[in-house]
Design a protein around this ligand. Sequence first.
Ligand code: TXA
Ligand code: MG
Length: 345
Amino acid sequence: MQTRVLPLEPNPAPAVALAAELLRAGEVAAFPTETVYGLGANGLNEEAVAKIFAAKGRPSDNPLILHIAKTEEIFPLVSEFPEKARKLAEAFWPGPLTLVLPKSAAVPSIVTAGLDTVAVRFPKSDIARALISSCGFPIAAPSANASGRPSPTRAEHVLADLDGKIPLILDGGACEVGLESTVLTLTPKPTLLRPGLVTREMIEGVLNEPVAVHAAVLAEANGDAPSPGMRHTHYAPSAEVYVVSGETLEAMAEKIRRRCAEFERIGRKCAIFATEQTQTFYFSKNYVIMGNRNNPESICARLFALLRGAEGAGFDVIFIEAVKAEGAGLAFMNRALRSAGFKFI
Ligand code: TXA
Ligand code: MG
């Protein structure tokens, strides 16, 4: 299969129309959202959804998110829409929040991997919304990477992973958020399954009650992953990745420099993912600036692209600086730790 990459600039309409035509015909297509690129198919068509799993090499026990373009489009997909969900939808939709609710009979079990709940998201991206609206059905879409690779934040990343396996990629440039949406379940109580840029603190502000964080967010899941699919390795780059913390920024940088020197002595090429606040500590080392610590969103936005870049540049070992696991920093730490296979120094 030949994979076409169509630019959305200057006029997105023809490219979006072509993607909608493919999805209506039961095919898949990759498209940008504000978080990461998604690989979409008709979420009510089992055969079409099966093509997503095949193209990504995704294990069939990892459920997908259904994307809608109006809040009321959730009603046919769920058997309950509690008051808390209504409040959250009002506060954060459209945007990077996915709600997990009891599913209705309309949702095929291939989408939910046999679970009795379904994940639903109303994205903010104009392109994603135009595509969903023009299809007239919910679009099932996981991140458009090959299973086990970092989520794609540019069309080039999708092409690198899925060239020849999907017919179309809509190229909308870099995604604004750069990390996948927050996944929140409401039963039995509000619990973050995957942190994102709609933060725990923001959700608590709207619900006026504490929100739990699933144990698998900052530690390796054993038997108790929030969905069977979350037990699988995520964001595993080919380089060896470590997340490094310290009492002070200086102490953290000192640890990184020391480990770096040890690896370099045995001929391994090391990259350091630093921040604006720490760059001066790494003179003469290979470092990149992820963003500003006082603005964790800026760090989130670049993490996945930098992981892919460091691999492409042939680095064997990557040291990622830890940040405070609160606000958007929790989302960052979750993805950094997963890419490191939870190797934390
Ligand atoms: O930002 C995003 O959410 C992107 C864009 C494309 O919208 N999509 C995305 O999808 O990240 P995916 O499939 O890569 O991640 C969906 C996550 C998985 O970890 C899956 O296990 C979880 O949501 N999930 C889906 N349905 C679930 C359910 N019923 N219960 C618990 N977790 C669920
Ligand atoms: Mg994914």
